[in-house]
Ligand binder design. Structure first.
Ligand code: UT7
Length: 332
C-alpha cells in the first residue's frame, strides 16, 4: 500500500503588520494585556485591494510546489480548509483551483476551523493510501480581520486573530517509516455555541437583517475561559493518542507544532509533556491566531529555519470551534 509523504510546504502572509500598539488606538486594550494573556505582539491584516483567501492560498501552494520540486500541473486534488471563504458558496477550493489553472480536478472545502488543516491532511492521506489520488495540495487559509469588530465591544476576540495561508504538497510514496504515520480526528458538537459565528445562518427566517448587522450575532463569539480549559485537556489527550497509536514516547517527538491559539497553551503543553523548549515551535507572537492556516504557516517557517529535518518525528495537534480536535504524527 502507498503511504503519503509531505514533499513541500509553503506559506503566504499579507504585508500589512498590525501591532498591539496599533490596536490600542482602535479600542480599550493594551500591549501589556495582549502579550501577557496570549503572547501575541503583532499580526498581519489583508489588503482588500489585492488579497483573497483563494489568491493567498495560491501563493502558499506555489511555494510548496516549488520546494517539493513538482509542477503545479502534477496536482490531482485540492483540499482547502477555511472558515472565512471568499463567498458564502461556492467554497474557496474551486477559486483556488481556478487561480492555479487546474481546471477539472476535484476541490474539497473543509470547515473544521482550527482543526481544519489536520482534518484535511487526514482526508488527503486516505485518498493517497487508497490510490485515488497521487499528489494533493492541502491548504489552510483565513482572512479573519474583515470579520473582526475593532471596538471595545469586540476586543476580547479581535486582538487575537490574524490573516494568512499555508499549504503542503502530499504525495504517494513506497518508502517505509516515512510520511503520515497516523491521523486522529475528534469532535464534540455539544460545545458548538461556545466558539461560533451565528449569522447569517440558514435556519433563520431571514438570512440577514438590519438587527443582525447592528448587533453581535455576525461576529465571532468565544467563551474564552471555557475554550482554554477544554483546549489544554484535549490537546494533551490527542497528542498522547497519536504517540500510543505508533508505539512512540513523548521523548521521540523532534518537533511539536500546535495550532497557534495562545502561547500560554503551547507553553503549558511543552511543560506537561516535558519537552525541551526548542522542540515546540511557536510563531503566534508574529501572526496571532490564523485558525486553519496557523499549522501550515508554522510548518513552513520551521522548515525554512532548518528546525524540521529529514527523518524528524513531527507531531501536529489542533483544537478549536466545534469543539473539534485532531493530531497527526509525521516522519519528515
Ligand atoms: O483558536 C481556537 C481556540 N481558541 C483558544 O484556544 C482561545 C482560548 N482562550 C484564550 O486564549 C483566553 O481565554 C483569552 C486570551 C481569549 C482571554 O484571556 P483570559 O485570561 O481568559 O481573559 P478573560 O476573558 O477572563 O478576561 C479578563 C479581563 C476581563 O475584564 P474583567 O472582567 O476581569 O474586568 C475582560 O473584560 O480582561 C478583559 N479583556 C481585555 N482587556 C484588555 C478582554 N479582552 C481584553 C482586551 N484588552 N483585548
Amino acid at each position: 500500500m502507498k503511504i503519503s509523504v509531505i514533499k513541500g510546504v509553503g506559506h503566504y502572509v499579507p504585508e500589512r503588520v498590525v501591532t498591539n500598539h496599533d490596536l490600542e488606538k482602535m479600542m480599550d486594550t493594551s500591549d501589556e494585556w495582549i502579550v501577557e494573556r496570549t503572547g501575541i505582539h503583532e499580526r498581519r491584516f489583508f489588503d482588500p485591494e489585492t488579497d483573497t483567501v483563494a489568491n493567498m492560498s495560491a501563493k502558499a501552494c506555489k511555494m510548496a510546489a516549488e520546494r517539493a520540486g513538482i509542477a503545479i500541473s502534477d496536482v490531482d486534488f485540492i483540499v482547502l480548509a477555511t472558515i472565512t471563504p471568499d463567498y458564502f458558496f461556492p467554497g474557496s477550493g474551486v477559486l483556488l483551483q481556478r487561480e492555479l489553472g487546474l481546471e477539472g480536478i476535484g476541490a474539497l472545502d473543509v470547515r473544521n476551523a482550527c482543526s481544519g488543516f489536520i482534518y484535511g491532511v487526514s482526508v488527503a492521506d486516505q485518498f493517497i493510501k487508497t490510490g485515488m489520488y497521487k499528489t494533493i495540495l492541502v491548504v489552510g487559509a483565513e482572512i479573519q480581520s474583515s470579520a473582526m469588530e475593532m471596538t471595545d465591544r469586540g476586543r476580547n476576540v479581535s486582538v487575537i486573530f490574524g490573516d494568512g495561508a499555508g499549504a503542503v504538497v502530499m504525495q504517494a510514496s513506497d518508502e517505509e517509516d516515512k510520511g503520515v504515520l497516523s491521523t486522529h480526528l475528534h469532535a464534540d458538537g455539544n460545545f458548538a455555541e461556545e466558539l461560533y459565528v451565528k449569522d447569517p445562518g440558514s435556519s433563520r427566517k431571514e438570512r440577514l437583517t438590519k438587527d443582525m448587522l447592528d448587533g453581535t450575532s455576525i461576529r465571532a463569539y468565544m467563551n474564552g475561559n471555557l475554550v482554554f480549559k477544554h483546549a489544554v485537556v484535549r490537546f494533551t489527550e490527542v497528542i498522547k493518542e497519536a504517540l500510543a497509536a505508533n508505539g512512540k514516547e513523548k521523548e521521540d517527538i523532534d518537533l511539536l507544532i500546535t495550532h497557534q491559539a495562545n502561547l500560554r497553551i503551547s507553553n503549558y503543553l511543552q511543560e506537561k509533556l516535558a519537552l525541551e523548549p526548542e522542540k515546540v515551535y511557536n510563531n503566534i507572537m508574529r501572526y496571532g491566531n490564523t485558525t486553519a492556516a496557523s499549522i501550515p504557516i508554522a510548518m513552513s517557517e520551521a522548515w525554512q529555519e532548518n528546525k524540521l529535518k529529514e527523518g524528524d518525528l513531527l507531531c501536529l495537534a489542533a483544537f478549536g470551534s466545534g469543539f473539534t480536535w485532531a493530531s497527526t504524527l509525521i516522519r519528515w
